[in-house]
Design a protein around this ligand. Sequence first.
Ligand SMILES: [Zn+2]
Length: 156
Amino acid sequence: MLILGHAGITALVASMLFLPALAAIFGALLPDIIDKGLFLIGWFPCTRFLAHTIFFFPIAGLATYAITRNKKVAVAVSLGVIFHLIEDLNSDIPLFYPFKQYSFIDTCAFGIQLTPYIVISEIIGGLLLIYIFGFSKRFLNFRSKFWKYFRRRFSE
Ligand SMILES: [Zn+2]
């Protein structure tokens, strides 16, 4: 998944949970910013490396809290990282590195393949961003209706 797919889906989930969407988007892009960035300057062996492990989201959350002292922002960043990993599960990611070895790390290359999955998730992500930020009143209206319906369903 590329930028819009990660950003849009994570912004939707965070906003539905009353978490700051921009912090969640930052978290959703963070694994690629770190791993692809450090790969490009030659420090990391692969475009999906330490920031694509299961150990990164608590670290990202704690570091965010240390900097911002804001629990909601920290949870939103962690959530963004978790969703990034879930959305990347269709490709090779080193979830339990360094406790498990992954052979793809050594043959890793930087390349974007426009598969139908990527194209469709980019379109959906872009539309979600437009809906959440461009039509925010409609979105907030949808959110309150959604939770009202949800509460009615589960309080019976
Ligand atoms: Zn990724």
